[in-house]
Design a protein around this ligand. Structure first.
Ligand SMILES: Nc1nc2c(ncn2[C@@H]2O[C@H](COP(=O)(O)OP(=O)(O)O)[C@@H](O)[C@H]2O)c(=O)[nH]1
Ligand SMILES: [Mg+2]
Length: 167
């Protein structure tokens, strides 16, 4: 049987744990940072691969900051699913609400992953209330087993990449 491919993009605010999650899921993941000419702005991308049975999952982490909207759009092209990674130790802010609204509007299958649930001060139940109707998982991006289970469960709900999507 042919191997199935999935492109998954991890969205979330700066510091939510996107790089950590991708690194935990794939210890060989790449973290790329580039500075923009003439400025102090850097743009970053995380890229990892995970094999789940005969499913090959390509993970992309996007910049969190608002000014990188265009980068999120480019990285998100043709994705099969989205992970909205949310820090459960801090209140859900407008930016996270914006990401959530954008993912829903784009009709991409997604899961809300509440991160830092290992940390003192994590309030996953209070955070969950913001994402009514969405599939929700609670993890620590530093815990490989939990992160992998969350990814596997999400992948089983998706259809694989058909290679000619434009959205
Ligand atoms: N305690 C705890 N710390 C975390 C967790 N996930 C990420 N961090 C820490 O949070 C900081 C920001 O994480 P990072 O992956 O760089 O966030 P990004 O900006 O979304 O890529 C780092 O110091 C991580 O070690 C977690 O699940 N638990
Ligand atoms: Mg990062």
């Amino acid at each position: 049987m042919a191997e199935e491919k999935y492109k998954i993009v991890v969205f979330g605010a700066f510091g939510a744990g996107k790089s950590t999650l991708i690194q935990t899921l794939d210890p060989q993941a790449k973290h790329i940072e580039a500075g923009c000419t003439g400025g102090t702005t850097t743009i970053a991308l995380d890229y990892g691969r995970v094999q789940i049975g005969d499913k090959r999952v390509y993970l992309y982490g996007t910049p969190g900051q608002e000014r990188f909207e265009f980068a999120r759009e480019i990285i998100g092209k043709g994705m099969d699913g989205a992970i909205l990674l949310v820090d459960a130790t801090s209140p859900v802010d407008e930016f996270v609400e914006h990401l959530s609204t954008s993912i829903v509007a784009a009709r991409i299958p997604y899961v809300v992953v509440l991160n830092r649930c290992d940390a003192v001060g994590a309030r996953p139940d209070a955070t969950k209330a913001h994402f009514n109707g969405a599939a929700i998982k609670t993890v620590s991006a530093k815990d490989r087993r939990g992160a992998r289970v969350a990814l596997e469960e999400f992948i089983t709900t998706l259809r694989p990449h058909n290679g000619d999507k434009t959205a």
